[in-house]
Design a protein around this ligand. Structure first.
Ligand SMILES: Cc1cc2nc3c(=O)[nH]c(=O)nc-3n(C[C@H](O)[C@H](O)[C@H](O)COP(=O)(O)OP(=O)(O)OC[C@H]3O[C@@H](n4cnc5c(N)ncnc54)[C@H](O)[C@@H]3O)c2cc1C
Length: 312
């Protein structure tokens, strides 16, 4: 049983589902849930349910929330203090940023955006060449540092809940002061994060106009989905680049991916091929996407999507 630290991401006083997925990846290990100066008590029961033996509430002198450098220093100090053999997190914007810094501070190798992990063997599976190949990598470091692609591991509560004891850890570290977060502006205010949403519905070139995304948003609202776009739709000005899924856009791995009027180009597929179930709606029965999806509907998106929304 490896002592495994997990960086817990908390939003609106609740642990993100994607962090539970990371905890599930560490099932059976001695889990230290690492919380960066947040209300650990309010999330204690949930973290215990997913197997946290210990919850470490990390503080440091200085503005922890405003300095990724200080956060990374404090997390690295926690790794040393609690002799963590493994440190895992989500390959989210936060995870990607902090883990690179932690790896540099600890001088340890890091593997990011993995879709499978074996902690005992220190191996991971991750995609290469825009999703065309998967490699299994063995990591030879004294601390096993890894981030996991959001939603690639389905969260499952632990078979035996952890004790969830809260420890306060005041890290004795200084802020290098190189970067300061001044403001966080979410351009998808009030909407689900595309990379972390459990369901994604995407509109391709066939959407024809920006206002037609409202049709997809209405459907998304019914099923708790985020709305994405293909590059053709982005290039045509129908959607912002922040919505683009694919090789030069975002990588998503939801439980359900619904592609509406998307042809299924390899560069689009690169960003969504690890989705668990893929549904395609396209009026061309020979569209390439039909050879890559689990369910296909041959039809006009302007007929099918409203009918689907109505049914939902
Ligand atoms: C280096 C590089 C990087 C790239 N990166 C990305 C990327 O990150 N993401 C990405 O998406 N693409 C990317 N592309 C572009 C990619 O090759 C495709 O051009 C793009 O994905 C096509 O988008 P699309 O499927 O929406 O449009 P199209 O290929 O034009 O397909 C539109 C589809 O809609 C169907 N259709 C039309 N009208 C309707 C209707 N009313 N109802 C139902 N179906 C309808 C058509 O049958 C067609 O299959 C990249 C390309 C390159 C070269």
């Amino acid at each position: 049983m490896a002592r495994t630290g997990i960086l817990i991401e908390i939003e609106n006083n609740a642990v993100k589902e994607t962090s539970f997925g990371v905890m599930t990846a560490a099932a059976g290990e001695e889990i230290y849930a690492l919380v960066l100066d947040d209300d650990a008590a309010s999330v204690k029961d949930k973290l215990a349910e997913y197997g946290a033996a210990v919850i470490v509430n990390i503080t440091a002198s200085g503005e922890l929330s405003k300095s990724p450098d200080l956060q990374a220093e404090a997390l690295a100090a926690a790794v040393k203090e609690y002799k963590l053999e493994t440190l895992l997190g989500t390959a989210s914007a936060t995870g990607r940023d902090l883990f690179a810094r932690i790896a540099a501070i600890l001088d340890e190798p890091l593997v990011s955006d993995c879709v499978q992990i074996n902690i005992a063997e220190k191996t991971v599976k991750k995609s290469h060449f825009s999703g065309k190949a998967f490699a299994t990598l063995k990591v030879n470091g004294s601390v096993f540092l890894c981030t996991i692609r959001p939603n690639s591991i389905e969260p499952v509560a632990a078979s035996a809940a952890g004790a969830g004891d809260i420890i306060e850890f005041a890290a004795n570290v200084a802020d290098p002061g190189l970067i300061k977060i001044v403001e966080i502006k979410k351009d998808t205010a009030g909407k689900l994060d595309l990379t972390e949403a459990p369901i994604v519905i995407t509109g391709g070139r066939a959407i024809k106009a920006a206002e037609n995304y409202k049709m997809l948003e209405a459907c998304a609202k019914k099923i708790g989905a985020a709305v994405g776009a293909s590059r053709a739709a982005v290039d045509a000005g129908f959607a912002p680049h922040s919505m683009q899924v694919g090789q030069t856009g975002k990588t998503v791995s939801p439980r359900l991916y619904i592609a509406c009027g998307v042809s299924g180009a390899v560069q689009h597929f690169a960003g969504m091929k690890t989705s668990k179930v893929i549904v395609a709606i396209n009026e061309d029965k020979d569209a390439p996407i039909f050879s890559k999806c689990d369910y296909g509907i041959v039809g006009d998106i302007f007929d099918v999507v409203p009918a689907l929304t109505e049914k939902l």
